[in-house]
Design a protein around this ligand. Structure first.
Ligand SMILES: [Zn+2]
Length: 396
């Protein structure tokens, strides 16, 4: 058989099976399903801050001398010289120098990881990655979860926003949380941990129900962070702004970048704490101001440009006295759900206080993000709305 004949026979044999895949490929190209060759998806700039996905160190708890830690099994404990598998878990005791378990002594730093084949370590909750036990200068034992940052973020968005929120709101939350986390990783290299696990940094409770969905949404925003003026933005967030996000300089007292200067939200009015009210006894204010008993009246109120109360001026028996919104909130305690005091009236022997929102109100409004996602806005639209002027890039 000649060469030409063999090619003809080959074409005859394969043309039918190849017809359908070729047709589908053509349709996909026409519909723009495939990304242009050689370009990253969405074309976001790459910052290359890390070679690959970085690890984050989250401080889970700090244990005092004499305390114990219950670890679920199976897991492997390891220090510089000893290694041991706890098949059914066990109770670790800390005496200020060594950790003891099952008669075996371990000296910090100690690593606790799942044995081969496992993926989670169980403490009070389940954690991916590994646990590290470190002693601090005060003799306390630090329990730290060292985990890939994207896995950590799946836990954070579930704990901070709630896995029942819409996809696009959770994706926007993931980018905000990642920006915060990456800033911490880069600025705390010489510290024992990068973040805590409470509201002081970001709430983190390990692997929660709905983790697979959270992980998928985090992956959809892979490595994305917010940047402004060539720096990763400190993209803070709170539950419910109350209708207008708060300028960061007003809230935190120092200069803030343009994307954190606040603006109208307009999408959180169905949040549980969009409005709140509380009462405060006049007597409590009188005691704080250290003025004698007697008639008291409201003279004037001053407000910030974000419509939040700044100060009240009261007329007391010893003259006018000024009360700041911060002082009022301190007297209200937990009854004040946010810094937004919208109005104060005086009625006989008590102040009636109306407020709006829940949380500090700066940056992304979580219920507002839910509102925007329900109006079919994308995660990118949501981030543009709350961090106007910030850009997105990939950190690695
Ligand atoms: Zn809002």
């Amino acid at each position: 058989m000649s060469g030409r004949k063999s090619w003809t026979a080959l074409w005859k044999a394969w043309r039918r099976p190849l017809l359908l895949p070729a047709f589908l490929l053509l349709i996909a190209l026409c519909a723009g399903v495939l990304p242009p060759v050689g370009q990253p998806l969405e074309g976001l700039p790459e910052l290359r801050l890390f070679d690959g996905e970085p690890l984050i160190r989250a401080l889970l708890s700090r244990r005092d001398v004499g305390s114990g830690i219950d670890i679920g099994g199976p897991c492997r404990l390891r220090d510089a010289s000893t290694s041991m598998v706890l098949e059914g878990g066990g109770r670790l005791s800390w005496d200020g120098h060594v950790v003891t378990v099952g008669g075996q002594r371990f000296e910090p730093p100690i690593s606790i990881a799942p044995p081969r084949g496992g993926s989670l370590v169980t403490l009070d909750r389940r954690y991916a990655g590994a646990l590290e036990l470190l002693a601090d200068d005060n003799g306390s034992l630090l329990v730290i979860n060292r985990v890939p940052v994207e896995t950590y973020l799946a836990g954070v968005i579930s704990a901070e926003m709630g896995i029942h929120f819409p996809d696009e709101a959770l994706k926007a939350q993931a980018v905000a949380c990642r920006s915060y986390a990456i800033r911490r990783i880069r600025t705390r290299k010489h510290r024992a941990f990068d973040v805590g696990a409470t509201q002081a940094t970001q709430v983190y409770r390990g692997v929660l129900a709905g983790h697979d969905r959270a992980r998928r949404l985090v992956t959809a925003t892979h490595a994305e962070v917010l940047i402004h003026d060539d720096e990763i933005l400190d993209s803070v967030y709170s539950s419910t702004c109350g209708g207008h996000t708060r300028p960061a300089d007003e809230a935190f007292g120092n200069a803030a970048p343009a994307p954190l200067m606040g603006g109208p939200c307009g999408h959180c009015d169905d949040a549980p704490l969009f409005r709140w009210s509380a009462t405060l006894e006049v007597e409590a204010v009188r005691r704080m101001l250290k003025v004698p008993r007697g008639p008291m009246s409201l003279e004037s109120q001053r407000y910030y440009p974000s419509h939040r109360l700044r100060t009240l001026t009261l007329i007391t028996v010893v003259g006018t006295r000024e009360v700041t919104a911060r002082q009022l909130r301190r007297l209200l305690g937990k009854a004040a759900k946010s810094p937004w005091i919208a109005s104060v009236t005086l009625e006989k022997d008590r102040f009636l206080i109306n407020g709006r929102g829940f949380g500090h109100g700066v940056g992304l409004c979580q219920y507002g993000a839910r509102g925007l996602a329900r109006r079919r806005k994308s995660a990118g639209d949501i981030l543009d709305w709350y961090f106007s002027g910030a850009e997105r890039a990939r950190a690695w």
